[in-house]
Design a protein around this ligand. Structure first.
Ligand SMILES: Nc1ncnc2c1ncn2[C@@H]1O[C@H](COP(=O)(O)OP(=O)(O)OP(=O)(O)O)[C@@H](O)[C@H]1O
Ligand SMILES: [Mg+2]
Length: 321
């Protein structure tokens, strides 16, 4: 991808509320990308989650009407930015939905995990955060902080060590930047409850991502069993069986089931792609494998004889769960 691929159109910039910035350094933009997903076509969401996202979208799209024409800015001066928090269990589509939100708005996607921000050099993490906001501003991109629990946690009191100072500096910088920023920021986390009150109050939307219910699981299986996969049984029947059997599985785990089931179909056909066909028994076994891996990790929170947490996690990693 060219470094400029993620830079949105002038319309997208206008939507985002930014004037183009002269002379921005395009060398430093490789982390901004053109979103691969859209909310309507790619993300399966529970009705309640979707409604909350639609409200976010309406606020962003009709920002000028609400804040300028209707004058709401008089009582909500911080409303220039949209700060959104996606929280919920692993694998429920938070990262994907953030990218799809950018895709639906037609703007670039600037994705930052803690690995991109963290630095062992004192003061560097805070500078990385400033740079991230600057890039998002210059490219009018959606700024996405993945694994945001560490970032948004309560600031530490009685700081004595350098590392704690660094964490506090990082969080203070984030607060300042959030205050100044005029675009869209999305945070994602698994443990939203640890958030510092200062952050919580600056977030306009807290959107919870649930594990998929039966209707959502049907849609997820339908999406994951892509049309090119040869089936030995009726598609509708397979989807129904899978949706019922995969209770408690996340979207990511459903994808893992397919990853495990497809080689089973090929193996059964002696490795012949011409004869291989996916059937319920392959999917059933794959679902059982994923559920078993899940239970092992559940037990590993209290390590017992013969099984350490790290072993169980390794098993899970191997399965891609
Ligand atoms: N709601 C969903 N709709 C469509 N696909 C999904 C959904 N949830 C998960 N998936 C599939 O699982 C993959 C992983 O999901 P994603 O990384 O977005 O989850 P997450 O909630 O961000 O997880 P984590 O909390 O571990 O970061 C997606 O790329 C997609 O293939
Ligand atoms: Mg994620």
């Amino acid at each position: 991808m060219k470094p400029t691929d993620g830079i949105p159109s002038p319309e997208a910039r206008a939507l985002h509320g930014h004037a183009p910035t002269a002379g921005s350094d395009e060398q430093s933009l490789p982390a901004v990308r053109t979103p691969r997903f859209k909310l309507d076509s790619d993300v399966v969401l529970a009705a309640n989650t979707r409604l909350q996202l639609d409200e976010c979208l309406a606020r962003i799209r009709h920002h000028r009407t609400i804040y300028s024409d209707w004058g709401f800015a008089a009582v909500d001066p911080l409303g220039r930015s949209s700060v959104i928090n996606f929280h919920g269990p692993p694998g429920t589509g938070k990262t994907m939905a953030a990218e799809a939100l950018a895709g639906t708005l037609g703007i670039g996607f600037h994705h930052l995990g803690i690995a991109e921000l963290e630095s062992r050099f004192l003061g560097e993490t805070a500078r990385n955060i400033q740079a991230a906001f600057q890039i998002a501003h210059d490219t009018a991109s959606l700024l996405f902080f993945d694994e945001a629990d560490t970032l948004l946690g309560a600031r530490l009191s009685n700081v004595t060590q350098g590392v704690d100072n660094e964490v506090n500096a990082m969080r203070s910088t984030l607060l300042i930047e959030l205050e100044r920023f005029e675009g869209i920021v999305v945070f994602a986390s698994n443990f939203a409850r640890n958030y510092d009150e200062a952050f919580r109050s600056r977030i306009s939307y807290h959107i919870h991502f649930d594990l998929p219910d039966l209707v959502a699981r049907r849609a997820l299986w339908d999406r994951m069993i892509v049309p090119g996969i040869p089936l030995a049984e009726s598609r509708a029947g397979l989807i129904e069986n899978c949706a019922v059997a995969s209770r408690t599985l996340s979207g990511r785990e459903i994808r893992t089931c397919l990853r495990l089931a497809l080689p089973k179909a090929l193996l059964e056909a002696g490795g012949s792609p011409v004869h291989a066909k996916l059937r319920w028994s392959h999917l059933q076994q794959a679902i059982a494998d994923v559920q078993r891996a899940r239970q092992q990790v559940g037990r590993s929170s209290m390590p017992s004889a013969g099984e350490s947490g790290s072993q169980a996690q390794a098993a899970l990693d191997l399965l891609g769960v």
